[in-house]
Design a protein around this ligand. Structure first.
Ligand code: SAM
Length: 234
């Protein structure tokens, strides 16, 4: 049986590229975005009552990871990227039907949009459905997952002085918790586990309209080197 689905909205996110997006929601509470609802869901009726809810489930399309041929096994970054496991035992982006799910904080409801935080979603992500989080049913006290039993360990993030000053200035311009966003995302260590970071190697990612660069002065520590307007927006 085939069934056609179409998005109820599109996420406008702080994340403009996949690299450095946390691997699950909540890992970066400062990661914010807006879910813009599409007609006929953008008139207020469809979101009436949602103001009574602190979190929502989003079912969405991994629109930048869609593939024609379904994979049966994947190599999750969490396991170092070299161990293959069954696709259904992971939350990998490459999966049958390309459907993702995230519980995110609902900050504010407007008739045609939902303001969200703690997101792990790329800008432009099509959302297929929105459901309220129901604590008594969704929080399972005795749940276990031996493959992913704790959040990834955090690494220390520090700043070059001028980069931190610039980040504060841009935070004011954007009206966003930019310093926290960068620190929370980089503390997850976005680098693929198999790469040994040499101190001279610069890494970069785009947050909002800014390119951020960092390096690893020593293993297990990140230093933010610069924050500048992204090429496409400068
Ligand atoms: N919480 C979701 C889940 O469990 O289905 C997503 C988990 S997935 C491991 C998280 C990663 O998906 C992020 O780190 C980001 O790189 C990637 N991602 C987010 N939005 C995407 C999109 N629209 N298309 C492709 N990849 C995306």
């Amino acid at each position: 049986m085939q069934h056609l689905v179409s998005p109820v909205g599109i996420v406008r996110s702080c994340f403009k590229e996949k690299f450095a997006i946390p691997r699950q929601p909540h890992l970066a509470p400062a990661a914010r975005g807006v879910l813009e609802l599409l007609p006929p869901f953008d008139q207020g009726e469809a979101v009436q009552g949602l103001e009574q809810v602190s979190h929502v489930w989003l079912l969405f399309l991994f629109h930048q990871a869609l593939e024609d041929k379904p994979r049966l096994k994947v190599r999750p970054p969490r396991l170092g990227g070299n161990q293959a496991v069954g696709v259904f035992s992971t939350r990998a982006t490459h999966r049958p039907n390309g459907i993702g799910q995230s519980v995110v904080r609902l900050e504010r409801v407007e008739p045609d949009r939902l303001h969200l935080s703690g997101i792990d979603l790329l800008d432009g992500t099509p959302v297929l459905d929105i459901k309220p989080y129901v604590p008594y049913a969704d929080a399972v006290a005795d749940a276990r997952n031996d493959m992913a039993d704790a959040p990834p360990p955090l690494i220390a993030v520090d700043w070059q002085d001028d980069a931190l000053n610039l980040a504060h200035q841009h935070a004011q311009r954007l009206g966003e918790p930019l310093v926290e966003l960068i620190e929370q995302c980089l503390a997850q260590d976005p680098r693929p586990a198999y790469q040994q970071p040499q101190p001279e190697r610069r890494y970069g990612a785009c947050f909002w309209d800014l390119d951020v660069h960092w390096h690893y002065p020593e293993p297990g520590r990140i230093r933010v080197l610069d924050v500048q307007m992204a090429q496409s927006t400068a």
